[in-house]
Ligand binder design. Structure first.
Ligand code: ZN
Length: 374
C-alpha cells in the first residue's frame, strides 16, 4: 500500500501507518472536544484514546500475524489506515483449520485485553463496568484515568465482537468460511460465506436507512465490497487451480534491445497485438518495457529515448511450470502488466494480464477448456 510510513517492526514485520492517519487524530480531537461539550479536555481525551485504540489495533493485527507465522505463512506488513488495520499475508493459508486460527487470533487478542483491563480496573479500584451504562459521551470524555479505562475496555469488547460478524472482509467471514470448508470444498464454502455476508450487509443497510444512522450504512457498503472481492478472488483461484503459465503465456513476442527507441516500441504496438516488450541483449533478458511504462515515458521524454533508459530492470521472470493463480497475484502485487517467462535461462515469451483475462473469460464459460492444453 503506497503512501505509508514505517514506524517500527516486530518479528521482521514492518508496522506502517498510512499518511492519512493524522486526519483521524484531528477528527477525534474535534469530535470529542465539541460533542462532549468539554472543549480542550474532551479534545485531549479524544487524541489519547485514539492513540491507545491504534495500539490495540496493532496488537489485534499482530495476533493474526503471529498465528500466520506459526503456520509458515509470511506476513508482508501491517498497515494502519484511519478505518483500522490490515495485516497483509503473502499467501492464503492452505488448510481450513489454519485459516480459522489465523482469523480468530485477532478478536481473541481483544477479548484477552478486555479481561486484563477488567482485572486491572478491579485492582486499581476503577469503575469501568457495563453496570455503569449508559456511559454518556460527556461522562466519558473526561481526561481522567477512569474514563480512559472505561472507553478502552468497551472499545476492546466492541472491536472483538464487531470483527466476528460473519461477513467478509471481517475476521468473522473467514472464521465462518473456514468452518464450512472443513465439510465442503473451499470454493463452495466461500460462495455460501459471501452470500451470508451480503445478506447481513443488506440488513445493516436497511437498519441504517430506518434510523440506525450513516455509520451503519458505511459499514454495510464496506462489507458488500469486501464480500464481492473475496468471492471474485476465490472464483479466480478455483478457475486457475492446477493451471500453469505454459498453458496461457504468449509465445513469439517481439523483443527490443536497450538501444531500441521508444518510437520503435510504439510502431510495433500499433502494428501488432503486442503491447509489452522484453528487452534482450545477446539473447539475455535484461529488462521489460510494459505498455504503462512506455506511455508514462512518452509523456515525459522524446520518442527517440533509448528503451534501456526507461525499462524496468528489477523483474524476476516466471517459469512455465509456475501456477497461473500465483502469477496473477504477483502481477497485481507488483502492478505490472506482464512478466517474462524463462526456462533455464532461455527466454520463451511473456505472460501478460491480457493472457490472464482471456484465460479467465474463456474458463468462466467452459472450465474444462484448458484442461488438455499444455
Ligand atoms: Zn482482524
Amino acid at each position: 500500500m503506497g503512501n505509508s510510513i514505517r514506524l517500527f517492526s516486530v518479528k521482521g514485520i514492518d508496522i506502517k501507518v498510512h499518511i492519512t492517519f493524522p486526519l483521524i487524530l484531528v477528527w477525534s480531537a474535534v469530535q470529542f472536544g465539541l460533542l462532549s461539550g468539554r472543549g480542550l479536555e474532551g479534545a485531549i481525551f479524544g487524541v489519547v484514546v485514539t492513540l491507545i485504540l491504534f495500539v490495540i489495533v496493532v496488537l489485534h493485527e499482530l495476533g493474526h500475524s503471529i498465528a500466520a507465522l506459526r503456520y509458515g505463512v509470511p506476513v508482508k506488513q501491517i498497515v494502519l489506515l484511519p478505518i483500522g488495520g490490515v495485516a497483509q499475508l503473502s499467501r492464503m493459508p492452505e488448510k481450513p483449520i489454519e485459516e480459522f486460527v489465523i482469523a480468530i487470533a485477532g478478536p481473541l487478542v481483544n477479548f484477552g485485553l478486555a479481561i486484563v483491563l477488567a482485572v486491572l480496573a478491579v485492582v486499581l479500584g476503577l469503575e469501568i463496568g457495563i453496570g455503569n451504562m449508559p456511559l454518556t459521551f460527556s461522562r466519558l470524555a473526561r481526561a481522567s484515568l477512569q474514563s480512559v479505562f472505561a472507553y478502552v475496555f468497551i472499545s476492546n469488547l466492541f472491536l472483538g465482537l464487531f470483527n466476528l460478524i460473519p461477513a467478509f472482509p471481517m475476521d468473522g467471514g473467514r472464521v465462518f468460511r473456514s468452518l464450512l470448508a472443513t465439510r465442503i470444498n473451499y470454493a463452495r464454502a466461500t460462495r455460501i460465506a459471501v452470500t451470508v455476508g451480503q445478506g447481513i450487509a443488506w440488513l445493516m443497510a436497511l437498519w441504517g436507512l430506518l434510523g440506525g444512522g450513516l455509520f451503519i450504512i458505511v459499514i454495510a457498503v464496506f462489507i458488500l465490497i469486501g464480500a464481492s472481492q473475496e468471492g471474485q478472488l476465490v472464483q479466480l483461484k478455483s478457475l486457475f487451480d492446477g493451471l500453469k503459465v505454459e498453458q496461457a503465456f504468449s509465445r513469439g513476442v517481439k523483443s527490443l534491445t536497450p538501444n531500441s527507441t521508444l518510437r520503435e516500441a510504439v510502431e510495433i504496438t500499433l502494428s501488432t497485438f503486442q503491447s509489452d516488450f522484453p528487452v534482450c541483449e545477446d539473447d539475455q533478458l535484461v529488462g521489460l518495457l510494459t505498455q504503462s511504462r512506455l506511455i508514462d515515458s512518452l509523456n515525459r521524454l522524446s520518442p527517440e529515448t533509448f528503451v534501456g533508459q526507461v525499462m524496468e530492470v528489477d523483474v524476476s521472470p516466471v517459469e512455465p511450470k509456475d501456477g497461473l493463480f500465483q502469477v496473477q497475484q504477483r502481477l497485481a502485487e507488483l502492478s505490472l502488466d506482464a512478466l517474462p517467462v524463462v526456462d533455464q535461462g532461455i527466454f520463451l515469451g511473456l505472460i501478460t494480464s491480457r493472457d490472464l483475462n482471456e484465460a479467465y473469460r474463456l474458463l468462466s464459460k467452459r472450465p474444462d477448456l484448458l484442461a488438455g492444453l499444455t
